[in-house]
Design a protein around this ligand. Sequence first.
Ligand code: SF4
Ligand code: SF4
Length: 87
Amino acid sequence: MVEVIDSDVCISCGICAEVCPCVAIKEGALSYVINSDICIDCGICESYCPVEAISAPGRHPSSENKGDNFSPSLRPSNSKDKFKRGI
Ligand code: SF4
Ligand code: SF4
């Protein structure tokens, strides 16, 4: 089950798009949106969202170890630098 963003909660800060190792998140009309065809369900975006707008339907948050599927090698080369700048 891939992550989804609740457009009613998202404040369009863009942090999730910056940390996604697969570049699966883009800004949409109402909020940021996750491309389910690209998302590997690593959970990184969910753990960084400041307003808890991201979740995986059917998955209980407390039962998951977020980020377990993450591999640093999957991260785009420039996203780490952007995040260090506090974007
Ligand atoms: S981190 Fe959360 S609030 Fe920020 S754009 Fe992503 S879903 Fe929206
Ligand atoms: S779960 Fe991982 S791959 Fe999917 S959108 Fe979030 S950060 Fe990107």
